[in-house]
Design a protein around this ligand. Structure first.
Ligand SMILES: Nc1ncnc2c1ncn2[C@@H]1O[C@H](COP(=O)(O)OP(=O)(O)OP(=O)(O)O)[C@@H](O)[C@H]1O
Length: 635
C-alpha cells in the first residue's frame, strides 16, 4: 500500500467522472447490485485468497464495533463481496446501498473510497462532499488496496460510515485500515514464500516494526523471488527491477553475511532508497545456502523459478477413472504445441489442473502466469494482458507495465474464465495467438512471445459461439485439446477423496478424521461449490473440532440442512442452529448462506421448491432468507 495522496487523487477522480465517464452527479442511486449467483461466485473466489477470520480483520472489527462504521471488502471490480456490520448504524448503511454485491466501481458511481482506490492503487479517504454523486455526500469512506504476494490487487478494504468527521480522524482510521490490510498481505506473503529465506528491511534500527512487513523472499540460489509492497517502497524500486536479482547485490551485503547474522539487524551500505537495515529471519526453512561467486562477466539473473504450487497429477486424479484419463491425456500434450481448454463447474480444480500441466511440462522452471478474465475490470484487462509503454496513460505507471502475455513468455499463460473475455479483447488475443507477438499499448514495435496457453471456463463456449458472444475462430484457436473436469458429486472416489483431504487438515488434536456417519453425510452432499467448497468446510471443521474426530453434530448446518426430511408446516430440526444466535458471524454461516443462495438460484427463486431441495420447511427458508438478506434479484 502506498501513502495517502488523497487531494490530488480526488481532483483526478472528479476529472475522470466528468470527462471520461460522463457521470451525472444526480444519477441513479443506490448503485447496481450483482445477481446473487454472481455475488456467490465472486465471494468464493475471494475466500480462496483472503482469510476474513484472520487476527488483523478481527482486530479491526473489534476496534470499530461501536463506532457505527462498517467494514467492507470489495474485489478488484469494486463489488462488495463481504461486509461486516457490527452495529445498528452500520446496518443502516447497508440499507443505504452498501450491501454485499453492490458495485462501487468509480466509472459507475463516481468518486468514492472503493472505486477511486482501485483506480489510484493507493489509500484514499473520501469525506462527504469529496464524493462526486450528490447522494453520497453524507458518507465517509476510508479505503486501502490489498495486494497479493505478486503485487496484483486483490481488492479494497474499507471503513464506511456517516460523514461529519475531521480529516485528522480520517487519517487515524486510515492507519487502522492500512495496518489491517498490511498484516493480511504479510500473512499471504509469508504463506506464499514459506519455504524461502526471508529478509526484512527497515529504515531505523528497530526490529519490532517494519521488518515484519518490508519483506524480500530469497530462493536457494540467492535470488529475490518475491518482494512485499512495503519493501519495494523502502528500496524505491519497481518489482520488475528487484525480482530475480541477486539479493547480495541489491542490498550490498554478501548472502553469507546475511545468513550468519540471522536474527540480528545488519546495517546496509547505502544502496539508494530508504532501506538502512536488514533482518534475516532465523526460522526460514532453508538451512544452508551454497552461493558460488559469479564468474567475471556472468550476468547474475536467475531463471524465473516457480514454486510447485498445488496438487500434482496423481493427487488430482485420485481414484476417479475420468480424472485418470484426463491426466493421461494432459501428460501426453503438456509439451505439445497445443492450446488446452479446461472445462468444468466452479471449484472443480481447473486452475490446479493447469498448474499441474505446467509443472509437468518442460516449461516448469519458467513462470506460470494466471489471469482471471472475469475478475479484472474490462477497462483494465487490455493493459493487464498486453501491457503498456511508459507515458501511455496519465494514471499509468511511470515505468510502463509488462503485460501478462509477455510475462508468461517461455512458461504457461493460464486464461481463467475465458468465456468472460470481452469481444474486442478476443480479437486482440486471437491476433497474438496467430502472430505470436504482442504490441503493448503505446508501443510501435511488436515483441515476439513464446506462448503456451491453457484456458478454462465453466461456460458452454459452443453455445456462446452459436449466440455470437464468443468468436468462433478464437474458440478453435484455444481448443487444441479439451479436458472436462467432472463435478465433485459425480466422482466415484468421492469417499476416499474426502478422507484424504480431511487427513491433510490439522486441528489441535492432530489430523482431522471423520466418524463413519459424518463421512456418509459428506458423501451424499451435492457440493455445488465442488472441491473448493469441500476444502472450506474441512478447513472450518479443523478450526472448530477440538478432539479431531468429526461427528455429525460438528458438521456445518449447510451439510445437515441438505439432509433434513421435508416437513411442510413446521420448522425442522435445522432450527436448532437458531440457538447459536449470532449467525452470519462465522464461516459456517457464510457457507450456509452460499448453500441457500445456490438452491434458490437453481430453483429460479421458487421458495417451496428450494425448501424441498434443501430439506427444510418453507417457513424456515423464509426466515433464513430474511436473516441472510437474500432477496430475489431485482425483486
Ligand atoms: N484434487 C485436489 N486435491 C486437493 N485440492 C484440490 C484438488 N483439486 C482442486 N483443489 C483445490 O480446490 C480449490 C479450487 O480449485 P481451483 O481454483 O483450481 O478451481 P477452479 O475450477 O479453477 O475454480 P473457478 O472456476 O472458480 O476458478 C483450490 O484451493 C485447489 O487447490
Amino acid at each position: 500500500m502506498a501513502s495517502v495522496e488523497t487531494a490530488s487523487a480526488l481532483a483526478a477522480s472528479w476529472q475522470r467522472c466528468r470527462d471520461d465517464y460522463n457521470l451525472d452527479p444526480n444519477g441513479a442511486f443506490p448503485p447496481a447490485r450483482l445477481t446473487d449467483s454472481e455475488i456467490r461466485q465472486r465471494f468464493e473466489r475471494t475466500l480462496d485468497r483472503v482469510e476474513f477470520g484472520s487476527g488483523a480483520m478481527i482486530h479491526m472489527r473489534k476496534v470499530v464495533r461501536d463506532t457505527g462504521y462498517s467494514v467492507l471488502f470489495a474485489d478488484r471490480l469494486g463489488v462488495v463481496v463481504k461486509d461486516f456490520c457490527d452495529s445498528e448504524t452500520a446496518h443502516h448503511l447497508r440499507d443505504k446501498g452498501l450491501a454485499q454485491g453492490s458495485v462501487w466501481n468509480e466509472s459507475v458511481v463516481g468518486t468514492n473510497g472503493i472505486g477511486t482506490t482501485l483506480v489510484e492503487r493507493h489509500g484514499t479517504f473520501v469525506i462527504g462532499s469529496d464524493h462526486y454523486h450528490n447522494r453520497l455526500k453524507k458518507f465517509v469512506c476510508v479505503s486501502t488496496p490489498m495486494v497479493d504476494p505478486e503485487g496484483d490487487i486483490l481488492g479494497v478494504l474499507t471503513l464506511a460510515g456517516n460523514a461529519g468527521i475531521q480529516p485528522g480522524e480520517a487519517k487515524l482510521l486510515h492507519r487502522l485500515v492500512r495496518d489491517s490490510a498490511g498484516w493480511t498481505e504479510t500473512a499471504l506473503f509469508r504463506n506464499r514464500f514459506r519455504s524461502h529465506f526471508l529478509i526484512g528491511l527497515a529504515q531505523a534500527p528497530d526490529i519490532n516494526g517494519e521488518v515484519f512487513q518490508s519483506l524480500l523472499a530469497v530462493d536457494d540460489g540467492g535470488f529475490v523471488a518475491g518482494a512485499s509492497e512495503s519493501a519495494l517502497r523502502l528500496l524505491s524500486a519497481a518489482r520488475a527491477d528487484v525480482l530475480r536479482q541477486p539479493v547480495s547485490e541489491l542490498l550490498g551485503v554478501p548472502l553469507r553475511a546475511l545468513e550468519s547474522g540471522a536474527g540480528r539487524l545488519q546495517r546496509l551500505d547505502a544502496q539508494g532508497g530508504d532501506a538502512q537495515y536488514a533482518y534475516a529471519f532465523p526460522n526460514g526453512r532453508r538451512s544452508s545456502v551454497i552461493v558460488q561467486p559469479p564468474a567475471p562477466g556472468v550476468r547474475l539473473r536467475g531463471p524465473a523459478r516457480q514454486p510447485a504450487a498445488g496438487p500434482g497429477f496423481e493427487r488430482l486424479a485420485g481414484g476417479e477413472p475420468r480424472m485418470q484419463r484426463n491426466v493421461e491425456l494432459a501428460r501426453r500434450v503438456a509439451d505439445a504445441d497445443l492450446p488446452i481448454l479446461l472445462q468444468g463447474e466452479t471449484g472443480t480444480g481447473k486452475e490446479a489442473f493447469a498448474r499441474a500441466i505446467h509443472m509437468h511440462s518442460a516449461r516448469s522452471e519458467r513462470p506460470f502466469v494466471a489471469v482471471n478474465c472475469a475478475a479484472i475490470p474490462e477497462s483494465l484487462l487490455d493493459s493487464e494482458l498486453f501491457g503498456y509503454e511508459p507515458g501511455t496513460f496519465t494514471g499509468g505507471l511511470k515505468q510502463g507495465k509488462t503485460g501478462k502475455v509477455l510475462a508468461s513468455s517461455g512458461g504457461t499463460l493460464f486464461l481463467d474464465e475465458i468465456g468472460d473475455m470481452p469481444l474486442e479483447l478476443q480479437t486482440r488475443l486471437l491476433r497474438v495467438l496467430s502472430e505470436r507477438e504482442v504490441t503493448p499499448l503505446g508501443a510501435v514495435e511488436p515483441v515476439p512471445v513464446a506462448l503456451s496457453i491453457v484456458c478454462a471456463t465453466h461456460r458452454d463456449l459452443e453455445r456462446m459461439v452459436a449466440e455470437g458472444s464468443f468468436r468462433q475462430d478464437l474458440y478453435y484457436r484455444i481448443h487444441g485439446v479439451r479436458i472436462a473436469l467432472p463435478p465433485l458429486r459425480e466422482r466415484s472416489d468421492l469417499r476416499e477423496l474426502i478422507q484424504s483431504l480431511a487427513a491433510g487438515h490439522k486441528c489441535a488434536a492432530g489430523p482431522l478424521s471423520l466418524s463413519a456417519e459424518a463421512l456418509e453425510w459428506l458423501v451424499s452432499h451435492p457440493w455445488p461449490g465442488n472441491i473448493r467448497q469441500l476444502s472450506n468446510v474441512l478447513r472450518l471443521l479443523a478450526l472448530t473440532c477440538d478432539d479431531g474426530i468429526v461427528g455429525v453434530h460438528d458438521l456445518p448446518e449447510e451439510i445437515r440442512a441438505g439432509r433434513q426430511p421435508a416437513s411442510p408446516d413446521e420448522d425442522g430440526p435445522a432450527d436448532a442452529a437458531d440457538a447459536t444466535g449470532d449467525s452470519l458471524r462465522n464461516a459456517s454461516d457464510m457457507a450456509q448462506r452460499l448453500r441457500i443462495l445456490q438452491a434458490l438460484h437453481e430453483c429460479n427463486w421458487a421458495v417451496s421448491k428450494a425448501a424441498r431441495h434443501l430439506g427444510i420447511s418453507r417457513a424456515t427458508l423464509h426466515r433464513r432468507m430474511k436473516e441472510y438478506e437474500l432477496a430475489r434479484p431485482n425483486g
